[in-house]
Design a protein around this ligand. Structure first.
Ligand code: UDP
Length: 466
């Protein structure tokens, strides 16, 4: 029936009550709509499956000599192929194939290829190249709607979770990332994951065996994850120890510390020094020191606010231009309504005004102080005043307040996944950033490579300590 007659029937119904014919007509239209949706979903699923099967068949054929060679190598070294228990489509159980090389084997470096046999899982229709994370059978999903959507899809060899893990981007939970993938699932989204997977494979980290402390050019860094670092900070804010200074270091900071002994000393006296940015990751790869997670203040703030809200800990914001700390405080209280903001103060003050700034913070009774004056000034300022400020935890946070106040937009997450946030920052403020990124990063790399060569010639093979 044409749309106009449908409209006429509805109008007639509205005027004269619901007629049998009108109800029958709308039921039929609703069945037709559900049927066409089901056909569209089925067709999209079938196309995806066909593409997966075709690519898996070609890859299996092309890679068969490599697969065979790896299988022989794994078997000869006392390992072989193993099946990891996984939940597949419609929550069916299957084994995800992986090569296994025993840790004692001299061939264990081949473990980087251990995931290759999973192509066979794609060929068998148990997995997809791109999809939600392959979950273990004990994982259950409290949210039934999500479970339904999740198990409607085959788990992926590549997933948003894998990507964020490789790119070292902090995420709140694995299930949260699954949900993000499912809610935004599209062909373009999948192609985006495939494109971002290429640099992640070459430059990303495994997140395995990592030393508790890193040492780059004489700067010692605590090798923590975001969750660990925020828990430690909130723990420090809750006890009555002496004030704890927390510092973030990126490649630029290591360069500054190289030439500024006072800053280097302040870093060495910080209770925690946290690894920030792609430069530190690259240094970790070159110096054979696995950096567990990129922990910058900007990514940490939501974790910190959530824990502080729960613990009833108050936060003071110092730094940025006029209106910037207030804007960041608005964001924080909007997202964490129970969070106590002890006070705000812009960061452009003279030496004469300094005592009044210190007094304002002290009398606010803040437990945590975020200082955004730029590195190394903020770290030196904290070190000089920490005993007079009354706060238990004092953190140098650089441009964080600018991001959360909305003064400077943060790079979209896909740019951060590519490890390219610095390119975005350069594009925003080329005049200020060119020296830091193009000259500074070059100098940093040069020094790191020098340290690597020095370590080699003096016989170190693993992490380089100075
Ligand atoms: N800033 C300040 N007072 C000053 C100098 C800088 O409050 O005397 C602020 C500036 O407005 C910005 C932050 O310090 O909000 C430093 O940002 P930058 O991007 O330099 O920090 P980074 O993260 O690069 O260390």
């Amino acid at each position: 029936m044409a749309d106009s007659s449908n409209r006429d029937l509805i109008l007639a119904d509205l005027e004269g009550g619901f007629s049998e014919e009108g109800i029958r007509h709308r039921k039929r239209a609703s069945y037709r709509r559900s049927l066409s949706w089901s056909v569209a979903i089925w067709a999209a699923g079938t196309l995806r499956r066909l593409a997966d099967a075709l690519l898996a068949a070609v890859l299996t054929l092309v890679l068969s000599p490599v697969l065979l060679g790896l299988l022989i190598a794994a078997t000869l070294s006392g390992g072989g192929i193993r099946e990891l228990p996984r939940l597949g489509r419609w929550a069916t159980h299957f084994g995800q194939y992986q090569f296994y090389f025993p840790p004692s084997s001299s061939l264990r470096w081949l473990s980087c290829f251990r995931g290759l046999p999973s192509i066979l899982n794609v060929l068998r229709g148990e997995m997809s190249f791109i999809g939600p994370r392959a979950a273990a059978p004990h994982e259950t999903f409290a949210d039934g709607r999500m479970a339904w959507k999740r198990y409607n899809l085959r788990p992926g060899l590549l997933s948003l979770w894998w990507l964020r893990k490789r790119a070292n981007i902090a995420y709140s939970s694995e299930v949260g990332l699954d949900l993000e993938y499912i809610e935004t699932n599209s062909l373009w989204g999948d192609l985006g994951i495939a494109a971002r997977a290429v640099p992640a494979v070459f430059f990303g980290g495994e997140g395995s065996a990592a030393p508790p402390k890193l040492n780059f050019l004489g700067v010692s860094i605590d090798n923590l994850t975001m969750v660990e670092a925020s828990a430690r900070i909130v723990g420090m804010a809750a006890n009555n120890d002496s004030p704890a200074q927390i510092s973030f270091v990126n490649a630029d900071c290591v360069n500054i510390a190289f030439a500024d002994p006072q800053y280097k000393t302040v870093l060495s006296h910080s209770r925690l020094v946290l690894a920030d940015g792609i430069g530190i990751r690259v240094a970790g790869a070159i110096l054979n020191q696995n950096v567990r997670e990129n922990i910058n203040g900007t990514d940490m703030l939501p974790f910190l606010c959530a824990s502080a809200e729960q613990a009833g800990t108050s936060i003071y914001l110092l730094g940025g231009r006029s209106g910037v700390p207030e804007g960041a405080a608005d964001w924080m209280t909007q997202h964490y309504p129970g969070l106590k903001i002890a006070g705000c103060r812009q960061g452009y003050f003279s030496n004469e005004e300094e005592p009044s700034v210190v007094e304002a913070i002290r009398s606010s009774g803040a437990d945590i102080l975020l200082v955004a004056l730029g590195a190394p000034r903020q770290e030196k300022w904290i070190a000089a005043h920490k005993d007079q400020l009354g706060a238990k935890v004092l953190i140098g946070v650089g441009g964080l307040l600018d991001f959360y106040s909305g003064r400077i937009p943060r790079a979209p997450v896909w740019i951060r996944e590519l490890g390219m946030e610095w390119v975005y920052r350069f594009w925003q403020e080329p005049r200020r950033m060119w020296r830091r990124y193009f000259v500074g990063n070059g100098i940093f790399l040069y020094r790191v490579l020098g340290e690597r060569l020095h370590a080699r010639s003096s016989g170190h093979t693993g992490g380089v300590a100075s």
